[in-house]
Structure formats: C-alpha cells, structure tokens
Design a protein around this ligand. Structure first.
Ligand SMILES: NC(=O)C1=CN([C@@H]2O[C@H](COP(=O)(O)OP(=O)(O)OC[C@H]3O[C@@H](n4cnc5c(N)ncnc54)[C@H](OP(=O)(O)O)[C@@H]3O)[C@@H](O)[C@H]2O)C=CC1
Ligand SMILES: N[C@@H](CC=O)C(=O)O
Length: 404
C-alpha cells in the first residue's frame, strides 16, 4: 500500500479524496497496490467536511504526517504559502516525495525546492499548479529535453476567463460574475490574485523558467490584470469583432526575452477567442516539435484533483524524472523594448489628455467621458510613461495588447 499525507481538504483536497475513492479499483490494478490517504492535515479540525474519511484521519499537527514513516508521498493543497513551504521542505528533507497544486508556493520557491528534491532523490511535482486539469508541465518537461522552446503563451486563469466570457457574451457586470466564480470554487482565497493577474504571472513564471531553461522571476514579468475593465471597454472591443483574454506569454528574441501578462484583444475567430468560461489553453513552440496546443478545465475541484493524482500515479509507477528540470541559462530581459499595438482607455477626456495622446494614437474611438484610442505599434514603456506623466491613477485606465 502507498500511503499519502494530504495537506488541505478544501476544493482541491476534496477532489483528490473523491477521485481516489471512486477510481481505487482501476488505480490498484495499474499500480499493483492501493493508494491510501492515511492522514489529512487541515486548519480547522472541527469544520464539517463533504467527504467521508476513515476515523482519525484528520489531524491538526503536521508532525503526525512528517514522522509517519509509512507516508511516502505528501500532497500539498493548502492555500498557505509560508506554512506549506515549511511543510514541503521538511517532507523533502525526510525523503518523502511531494505533489503540490500551490502555484504561489512553486513560483516563490521554484529553484530551491527543485534542487532540494534532486539532492534528496525524491520527486517534487506540480502539474496542477498551471492550467488546472490540463497536462502541461509533464509534456513541457519532456519537450525541453528534445527542443529549444522559443515561445510559451496561454490563458492561465480560469476565474479571469470565466469573468471575461460572461461579461462579453452575456453583458454581465464584473463584480456579479466574480462572485459566481468564487461560488464555483475557481477563485483564490483572495480573488485579487486572480483578477489583478498575479496568479497568471506565477503560472507564467513556472512555464517560462522551464521553457527557457533559465530563471524567469516574478519581477521579470510585465503585469496588468483585468480588474479595471468596464462595460464601456467591452462595448468598444465588441465593435472591433474582438474579445479580451488575459494572456501570459514568454517569448525568446534574438537578444533576450520578453515576459508579459496583459489583457489581450483577440479577434472573435481566433483560437484564444474560442477558449471560454473557466477553460484554459496553453501553446508552446519547440524547434523540433513545432507548435503544441493544450486545452482543458483551468480550475475546479475534479479537474485539479485529477491533475494532482496524475503526479501521484507517476511517482507510484516510477515514471517521473527525479532530476531537477530547471536549467541554468542566464537570460536577458528585454521587456523595456516590448512593442505592440494597444487599446487604451482613460476615464478622463479633458483636452489636455486628448492632446497628449495624439502622438501615440492610430485611431481615436471615443472622446466623450472616457477617451479610448488604438495606438500605433509602440513600446509599452512609452505608454506607461505617458500615463504616469499625466498623473493618471492606476484605477483610471485600462490597457490591452492587440494580438493580430
Ligand atoms: N481551486 C482551484 O480550482 C485550484 C486551486 N489551486 C491551488 O490549490 C491550493 C488549494 O486550493 P483550494 O482547494 O481551492 O483552497 P481552499 O481554500 O478551498 O482549501 C484550502 C485548504 O487548506 C487548508 N489549510 C489552509 N491553511 C492551512 C495550514 N496552514 N495548515 C493546514 N491546512 C491549511 C484549509 O483548511 P480548513 O479546511 O480547515 O480551512 C483547507 O482545507 C491553492 O494553493 C490553490 O492556489 C490550483 C489549481 C486550481
Ligand atoms: N484561481 C485559479 C485556480 C487554478 O489555478 C484560477 O482561477 O485559474
């Protein structure tokens, strides 16, 4: 029997328990032995749970899992970065393999935990940390051995995609749809991490570092969220036969790389426009494999639980590559030169602002109440400098990259 210590029994933890229970027969047949959840660590032991567990499985002290030598795999699905870091480090040091869905944790301690697992000869796997249920990390880890990966881009946050889809398709209001996304278990404990783009940024940091085989840190990524989009923007962008997606992209250039998370305007007939609700999509390009596209549920109890358990199966079957998958290339960040065409709306249309945008505009969409323009191809940095020189506050503008 393979014994698991599960940390966290919220949306994802519950999904893990439910799938294991339902698929135990098939799992045992494949692995040759049962996979058993021996102990579950939670924050509040008195909380009523929606799953049935054997008696005395729930514990409130991590030491009970750490010091149980029968537990060889720890699944970490809490929403706590600091505690989970302590727990994961201790588990790896004890020679236990770790599977996590916690992208904030992976992003923050990626290099350290990857090399610790390597040093201890155990697995540190995080398939569910990017793209919910989509198998993306495992294929990417395989392709970095066989290819130079030059570009990785994707819709990486289910909550944002759900909000944008319902705003564009049903004309619903931003805050109403955000509440629905929370009720459906898609959003983070603090949904600001979703709508302000940090969750996408963390996932991109993971994908980008694996893809380019060097560190793409959180601080190396340009970030704009979707939290400032208004129904005015939705109307303007719909008139362009387009929609908006929050897209993260890391692209290799001749001299360095760009890394960005930006609301992105895509034509209604494009691939990304067809990715709706809480679905995610990731595309990467390798010099041998060409372009690969991955699509599936980006969040939620069962898809994420499924991704977690795929990692557990890989450990149980001895399929996973234990060596540290991260490379040590020194990368040059060229974000200050990143250029595109943009949509820019400022919630102020005084003469001074209208005039100062003339130089960067290709087309003016509106000058009533809000000024909205489409820029010519221009460095994002130049636009941001213009915005700050005009004294425009963060919540007074919305910017989106236009993808051809
Ligand atoms: N929800 C989703 O669709 C996805 C989530 N993720 C990630 O998976 C992780 C879990 O998400 P989710 O299940 O939605 O979160 P929830 O908030 O639903 O559940 C968190 C669980 O962790 C427990 N917990 C929190 N802090 C501690 C702690 N310090 N020690 C022990 N247990 C703790 C909570 O205990 P208690 O129940 O007692 O409060 C709860 O059971 C997060 O890192 C999230 O980013 C990744 C992909 C998709
Ligand atoms: N809050 C996240 C959950 C999955 O990673 C999202 O909405 O994508």
């Amino acid at each position: 029997m393979i014994n698991i210590g599960l940390l966290g029994l919220g949306v994802v933890g519950t999904g893990v328990v439910e799938i294991l229970e339902e698929r135990q027969r098939e799992i045992s047949l494949l692995v040759g032995e049962e996979i058993n959840i021996k102990k579950v660590l939670v924050k509040n032991v008195n909380k009523k749970r929606d799953v049935s567990l054997k008696q005395n499985t729930i514990v409130s002290n991590f030491e009970e899992i750490l010091n149980d030598d029968e537990i060889t795999i720890v699944i970490e699905v809490t929403s706590d970065i600091d505690k989970s870091y302590e727990y994961i480090k201790a588990a790896l040091n004890k020679g236990k393999s770790v599977v996590t869905a916690n992208k904030a944790l992976v992003s923050k301690y990626f290099e350290e935990l990857s090399s610790l697992a390597d040093e201890k000869g155990v697995s540190f796997l995080y398939e569910a940390s990017v793209g919910g249920g989509i198998p993306i990390i495992k294929p990417l880890k395989e392709e970095i051995i066989l290819n130079e990966i030059t570009d990785v881009q994707g819709i990486l946050n289910g909550t944002c995609n759900y909000i944008l889809t319902r705003m564009f398709n049903e004309g619903l209001d931003y805050s109403e749809v955000l509440t629905n996304a929370q009720e459906l278990g898609y959003a983070e404990m603090n949904p600001a991490a979703d709508v302000e783009g940090d969750d996408t940024l963390r996932k991109l940091r993971i994908l980008g570092s694996l893809s380019l085989q060097g560190k793409v840190g959180e601080e190396d990524i340009i970030l704009e969220g979707i939290n400032k989009i208004t129904s005015f923007d939705v109307r303007q962008i719909k008139l362009m036969q387009s929609t908006v997606k929050l897209i993260g992209e890391v692209m290799e250039l001749d001299d360095g790389y760009n890394a960005l998370v930006l609301p992105t305007i895509v034509k209604n007939n494009s691939y990304f426009a067809s990715v709706n609700m809480a679905y995610n999509a990731v595309i990467f390009k390798g010099d041998n494999i060409g372009e690969l596209k991955f699509y599936g549920s980006g969040a939620g109890k069962l898809p994420t639980g499924d991704a977690v358990l795929r990692d557990v199966l890989d450990i149980a079957l001895g399929y996973n590559r234990k060596a540290n998958p991260l490379g040590d290339k020194t990368l040059k960040n060229n974000n200050s030169e990143f250029k595109s065409k943009f949509y820019l709306r400022i919630s102020d249309s005084t003469e001074k602002i209208v005039k100062s945008l003339e130089d960067i505009s290709e087309k003016v969409l509106s000058t009533k109440e809000n000024i909205a323009i489409l820029t010519r191809e221009i460095e994002l940095k130049k636009i941001m400098d213009t915005i700050s020189s005009l004294g425009i506050e963060k919540d007074e503008y919305f910017i989106a990259r236009i993808l051809d």
